[in-house]
Design a binder for this molecule. Structure first.
Ligand SMILES: [Zn+2]
Length: 261
């Protein structure tokens, strides 16, 4: 328990017949004083994503179809979300496993928020400051305590995101899995950054309040895809076929344009 006792899951990505759903909660966290939307969109000079993975739950790496790194999908979406800052935000994303951090399997099969934050506390290599923001992504074996259909979640009020690799592996063929993994990263980092209405004020009325911090725009990565397998596969397939990896909707971009300094 300790200093992480107040953490709860705010946003998550759940697989229900291969669809996204969410869960909600709240946090009174004070252990991440520099991890909030105001820092990200008004002060920070760099955003770094650190990846930690349990042996057996390695992220997909390598290239996507156009020869760019697969992880440039996340990078391009982060560049897009920070395009309205008055200064360039330096985005640092690992692209290969040797730039990520392997950790020994913990043997945990059912992950609570507390367990994820304890894993973070035991493994983190660096801390954020007011001008250097770090997000921590954990790829783990096993499943979320909330259910074996959860793909991943972000812990509200923290820069900690978890991805359940066993669930990713259940998502169709390898190309679909690769893009679903990246879109899940974009989605969860979206929540961690403050979307939708999770720290960044709404510039327009597009929040799907019934489903928490999600968008009513079904073409946005922040949409709660709740209509079954075809929705997620179609969402991912659109990016595979078009070559575009812009996953934010115009509504999210409008929010950050209004909020950014
Ligand atoms: Zn969500």
């Amino acid at each position: 328990m300790g200093k992480y006792r107040t953490q709860r899951v705010f946003a998550c990505m759940v697989l229900l017949a291969l669809s996204f759903t969410s869960c909600s909660g709240n946090s009174g966290d004070t252990d991440f004083p520099f991890s909030n939307s105001a820092v990200y969109f008004k002060k920070t000079k760099s955003v770094t994503v650190e990846v930690y993975y349990e042996t057996g739950s390695e992220p997909f790496v390598g290239t996507r179809f156009n020869g760019k790194p697969l992880w440039s999908i996340l990078e391009e979406n982060l560049n897009s979300i920070f395009q309205y800052r008055s200064q360039i935000v330096d985005i640092n994303i690992p692209t290969e496993l040797n730039e990520m951090n392997q950790i020994s399997p913990t043997g945990t099969s059912s992950w609570s928020t507390t367990a994820i934050l304890n894993l973070h506390k035991e493994n983190t290599l660096s801390l954020s400051s007011e001008t250097s923001s770090i997000f921590y992504v954990y790829f783990v074996n096993g499943y979320a305590e909330s259910g074996s259909s959860t793909i991943g979640f972000s812990v509200n009020g923290t820069p900690v995101v978890v991805i359940f690799k066993d669930v990713i592996r259940g998502l169709g063929g390898t190309p679909t899995q690769k893009f679903a993994e990246q879109s899940t990263l974009v989605h969860e980092l979206g929540h961690a950054l403050g979307l939708v209405n999770n720290g960044i004020p709404l510039a327009s009325l597009y929040q799907d309040e019934e489903h928490g911090s999600h968008s009513i725009n079904q073409d946005s990565v922040m949409y709660w895809l709740n209509e079954g397998k075809s929705d997620l596969v179609n969402f991912v397939q659109k990016f595979i076929s078009s070559g575009s990896v812009e996953m934010w909707g115009p509504e999210e971009l409008n929010d950050v344009r209004e909020f950014s300094e």
